[in-house]
Design a protein around this ligand. Structure first.
Ligand code: GP9
Ligand code: MN
Length: 656
C-alpha cells in the first residue's frame, strides 16, 4: 500500500506541475492581450480569493472567480490522465500540454490582429485566414514558440528516461480511478461554481445572446470560452439549428413597422440623384483621422481633401464591423443591418435575403456589379453577391495583370481597369468597388513611400500613412478617369473606409498621432472613425457632422435617389435630415453628437463609461442609459433578422 501511495503521489506531483504550467501560460496570454489576470493582477486575485474563503468576504465571479474557472478548465481537460499508469500518463500530459499551448498561441496571434479570439465561426472562414499569408508572419516572433519549450524538454526527458520510469506495478487501478474522479469533480466545481454564481447574479444573458467572444472570455477564461463556443456551434448548426422564436420575430416586425410609420423628413437633397449612376468605393482600413491632416507639412490625402470641399463629407462616421472585417463593412453598407458579433454574416448566412442596395437598384432598372481584385471565394463573396442582387462580380480573374502591391493588384490599376469595364456597360448602373492596397501590414514598395516621415510615430504608423497616401493618389487617378470618360457628371460617387487600421494601442506613436485631443475620449473617437464622401452632381460641397455609421449609408443613398419605400427593413437612418442621430457599434458602445457610451465587455450598463463630449469628462452612466438601451435593442433585432433570415420570410408571407 505504501508503494502504491508513493507512486500515486509522484503522479499527482507531476500532474500539479502540469496544471501550474498551463495556468502560467494563460497568464502569458492575459498579459499579451491585456485582459483578465493582467487587468486585475493575479496576486490581487489570489488575495481576494483567500479573503473569500478565510474571511468570508464577498465573491466576484469576474475577479477571483476567473481564477477558479481557469484552473477548473485545465483540470477538466486533463483529470483523466490520472487514471493512467505513470508512463502513459506522462505521454498523455505532454500531448495535452501541446494542444492547450497551441490553442493559447493561436489565440494570442489572432488577438494581435483582430483583438478577438478564434471562434468556430472564425474557423469556418479559415480560408480567409490562410490568405493573410505573409502578414500572419509579421504577427509573431520566434519568442512566442518558447510557449512550447516545456513540451520539448519533457518529450526529450521522457525519451531519455523512459526505461527508468517505474512500471507502476504497484499503482492500484481502483485508487487511481478514485483519485482521478475526485480531481475531475473538483475541476467541475471550480469551473462551474463561479459561472453559476455569475448567472445567478444576472449574467445569463451573456450565454443566451452571445454578442462577442471577448465578453464570454471575461467570465469563462480562455479554455472555457472554447468549450462554450464549441458547444454553441454544435447547438446552432448540428443539434438545434437556431430558430428565432415567434415572439422575437413578432417583436422585430413590430419594430420595423413602427420605424417605417414615421413620415420621412423632407430635405433639399431628396431625389437629387434620381436617374444618376451610383459608384460606391470601399477603401481598405481607411480612417478619418488622416483626412485633412498634414504631416511634416505634407498633405496625407490631397485628393480626398479636395473632394471633401466639393462633395458631401460626413465627418462623424464610425465603422460598425466585428470579426468579419471587410465583409462586415460591405454587408452593413449594402443591407443596413449590423454585422454579427462573431464571424461574418457572409460566411455564416450566405444565402440570406435583405432589402439590399443592389436589389433595390436593380428593381429600379439599374445594372449592378461588384468589383474586387481578389479571389472570388474570399469571404464567400461569390456566393453572397448574387443573393444581394449583384448581376456580376468582377474578381481577380477578370482583371488584366498589372502592378502587384501587397495582397493583390494595386488600387491604381484596379480603379483604372474597373472604369474601363464600367464604361462599356449600360446606364444607369450601380458599381460597388472594394479597394485593397492599404491592407495590413501596410508596407509599400520604396517608389510609393512618397511622404517624408522618417521621424514620425512608429513604424506601423509610417507604413500606414504611406499606404493611405498611395491609395489617395489612386483615388485621384480614378476621379480623373471618371471625368475623362464622362461618368463623373452623371454619377453619385461614394467613398468610405471599411474599418480601423487594426493596431491602435493606447500610448503608441499611432494613437498619439491620431488623437490630437490626447485624452481617453479622443482615443475612442478616432479609433473607429472612418471617412464618408458622397459626390452628388449638382450638389455643392458641405460638411455634415451628424453621428453615423455604415448602416446609414444605404438609407442616405435611397433618400438621394428617391428610392425609399416604407416597407423596407433597414436598421440605419438618413444622414441628410436634421433628426438626432446615433451610431451603435457592434461591441455595444454608442455615440451621439453629445455623448459617447463605451460599453464594458460584459455589456452591463453600470460597467460601461458615459462621456459627455462637450466637457470631455465621464458622467454618470445613467445619462447614457437611453443610448445603452438603444444599442441592446438594435443589435438584438438585427441579429434576429439575420439568424432567422426574416426579411425573406416576411417577403414570402406578404406574397401569399
Ligand atoms: C480581401 C479583403 C481582406 O478580399 O476583404 O480584408 P480584411 O477582411 O482582412 O480586412
Ligand atoms: Mn478590410
Amino acid at each position: 500500500m505504501k508503494k502504491q501511495i508513493k507512486s500515486l503521489s509522484i503522479s499527482l506531483l507531476i500532474y500539479s506541475m502540469f496544471v501550474i504550467l498551463i495556468g502560467w501560460k494563460l497568464t502569458w496570454f492575459s498579459n499579451q492581450s491585456d485582459t483578465l489576470f493582467s487587468q486585475y493582477g493575479i496576486i490581487e486575485m489570489f488575495k481576494r480569493l483567500f479573503n473569500f474563503f478565510v474571511n468570508d468576504a464577498s465573491f466576484s465571479p469576474l475577479r477571483e472567480g476567473i481564477l477558479l474557472v481557469s484552473f477548473g478548465a485545465i483540470i477538466l481537460a486533463s483529470f483523466w490522465t490520472i487514471f493512467l499508469k505513470l508512463r502513459k500518463q506522462l505521454i498523455a500530459l505532454i500531448i495535452v500540454d501541446f494542444i492547450l499551448s497551441f490553442i493559447i498561441l493561436a489565440d494570442a496571434i489572432y488577438f494581435r490582429y483582430f483583438e478577438d479570439l478564434i471562434s468556430s465561426a472564425v474557423l469556418l472562414q479559415i480560408k480567409q485566414m490562410s490568405s493573410l499569408g505573409s502578414s500572419v508572419g509579421d504577427l509573431f516572433t520566434w519568442k512566442d514558440f518558447l510557449l512550447f519549450g516545456d513540451v520539448l524538454i519533457f518529450t526529450v526527458l521522457l525519451v531519455v528516461l523512459y526505461k527508468k520510469i517505474p512500471h507502476n506495478k504497484n499503482a492500484n487501478p481502483a485508487l487511481r480511478l478514485a483519485t482521478g474522479l475526485v480531481a475531475g469533480a473538483a475541476g467541475a466545481w471550480l469551473f462551474f461554481y463561479p459561472l453559476h454564481d455569475f448567472v445567478e447574479k444576472g449574467g445569463a444573458y451573456l450565454f443566451d445572446k452571445t454578442l462577442s467572444s471577448m465578453r464570454v472570455y471575461e467570465v469563462t477564461g480562455l479554455f472555457g470560452f472554447h468549450g462554450f463556443d464549441t458547444y454553441k456551434y454544435l447547438d446552432e448548426y448540428v443539434l438545434n439549428k437556431k430558430e428565432v422564436s415567434a415572439k422575437d420575430r413578432k417583436d422585430a416586425q413590430a419594430w420595423f413597422r413602427d420605424k417605417n410609420k414615421e413620415p420621412a423628413v423632407q430635405t433639399v437633397y431628396e431625389k437629387k440623384a434620381a436617374g444618376k449612376n451610383l459608384i460606391m468605393v470601399q477603401l481598405e482600413a481607411y480612417q478619418s483621422y488622416v483626412i485633412d491632416k498634414k504631416v511634416n507639412g505634407q498633405e496625407i490625402t490631397p485628393n480626398l481633401n479636395k473632394l471633401k470641399k466639393e462633395s458631401l463629407y460626413f465627418s462623424d462616421i464610425h465603422h460598425q464591423t466585428a470579426s468579419g472585417r471587410t465583409s462586415d463593412a460591405e454587408f452593413a453598407a449594402n443591407t443596413s443591418f449590423y454585422p454579427l458579433a462573431t464571424g461574418s454574416a457572409y460566411v455564416r448566412f450566405p444565402r440570406n435575403e435583405y432589402d439590399s442596395l443592389p436589389l433595390i437598384m436593380k428593381e429600379n432598372g439599374y445594372d449592378t456589379a461588384a468589383y474586387h481584385a481578389y479571389k472570388p471565394g474570399f469571404w464567400n463573396r461569390y456566393i453572397v453577391y448574387p443573393n444581394l442582387g449583384f448581376n456580376e462580380f468582377h474578381s481577380i480573374e477578370d482583371f488584366k495583370k498589372g502592378e502587384q502591391i501587397g495582397w493583390s493588384l494595386g488600387d491604381e490599376s484596379f480603379f483604372t481597369q474597373s472604369v474601363d469595364i464600367m464604361k462599356e456597360g449600360e446606364d444607369p448602373f450601380y458599381s460597388f468597388l472594394i479597394a485593397l492596397t492599404s491592407h495590413y501590414p501596410y508596407t509599400m514598395p520604396a517608389q510609393y513611400q512618397n511622404l517624408d516621415i522618417d521621424d514620425v510615430g512608429d513604424v506601423n504608423l509610417r507604413n500606414y500613412l504611406q499606404s493611405v497616401h498611395y491609395v489617395d493618389q489612386a483615388v485621384g487617378t480614378f476621379i480623373e478617369k471618371l471625368k475623362k470618360e464622362g461618368l463623373w457628371e452623371n454619377s453619385v460617387v461614394v467613398f468610405y473606409g471599411d474599418h480601423d487600421s487594426g493596431y491602435m494601442q493606447a500610448n503608441t506613436g499611432s494613437t498619439l498621432f491620431a488623437n490630437t485631443k490626447a485624452d481617453k475620449l479622443g482615443e475612442l473617437e478616432v479609433k473607429d472613425g472612418i471617412p464618408l464622401f458622397m459626390h452628388v452632381p449638382g450638389v455643392d460641397g458641405k460638411e455634415i457632422n451628424k453621428a453615423g455609421g455604415q448602416v446609414d449609408i444605404m438609407p442616405t443613398l435611397l433618400h438621394l435617389f428617391g428610392m425609399n419605400k416604407d416597407n423596407y427593413h433597414h436598421m440605419g437612418q438618413n444622414l441628410l435630415d436634421d433628426q438626432e442621430s446615433s451610431v451603435v457599434f457592434r461591441y455595444g458602445s454608442v455615440k451621439t453628437d453629445k455623448y459617447y457610451y463605451k460599453a464594458a465587455y460584459d455589456l452591463k450598463l453600470e460597467n460601461g463609461t458615459c462621456y459627455d463630449i462637450e466637457s470631455r469628462q465621464s458622467v454618470s452612466v445613467e445619462t447614457c442609459k437611453p443610448l445603452y438601451d438603444k444599442s441592446i435593442e438594435h443589435l438584438g433585432i438585427s441579429d434576429d433578422v439575420i439568424f432567422g433570415n426574416l426579411v425573406e420570410l416576411w417577403r414570402n408571407q406578404s406574397v401569399k
